[in-house]
Write a protein that binds this ligand. Sequence first.
Ligand SMILES: O=C(CO)[C@@H](O)[C@H](O)COP(=O)(O)O
Ligand SMILES: [Co+2]
Length: 216
Amino acid sequence: MTQLSPSILAADFARLGDECRQVLNAGADMLHFDVMDGCFVPNISFGVPVLQSLHKALPEAFFDVHLMIRRPLDYVEAFVKAGAGCITFHLESESDPGETIDAIHAAGCKAGLSIKPGTPASAVLPYLDRLELVLVMSVEPGFGGQKFMPSALEKLKELRAACDARGLSPWLEVDGGVDAVTGPECVAAGANLLVAGSAVFGKADMAAAVRGLKSL
Ligand SMILES: O=C(CO)[C@@H](O)[C@H](O)COP(=O)(O)O
Ligand SMILES: [Co+2]
């Protein structure tokens, strides 16, 4: 079954706890927590203290942390302590991927690896057996509300085939411009975890948006 991870980047930060509770009550499986450092991507979002507060307010929630930062390895411990359920970092970051995966696991957390639109799916293959999640970006990371890039679909297919061939079943997540139109295409290509920011928090009826995307 397809799972949904609403990106809180599109939430009203003045009402963050309430909006997170609303989407979880409507059936969202987890919360997508986009961390941006103004270096790896040209935008700054939020970090450890915000996760700490949300985790305290919503102890049952699973936090799908997406690190768009230059040196993810340096922050693994802090995000795990703050309540991360899975930490996904970028293959294009400055940290060594193998070392970072090991550090995330050693801290007792699930590990995810993400690729930007310009990085081929094949770059993930050496790490595939060690990952609980693979994230294919369908926009350039840094901002919500961008248009879905269809080139992500081929990557999802390739990664789904590689997982099947190796008998692996990590979450295959897609992030950026996912909505009621592009979501079904992603699912058909092999994604089983959809991130949606504006298509959930940007809607007047967030609960209906969650139910719609969950039914894909
Ligand atoms: O990681 C990112 C952007 O860098 C995403 O998680 C976006 O926040 C998704 O927002 P929408 O494209 O769904 O509005
Ligand atoms: Co994200």
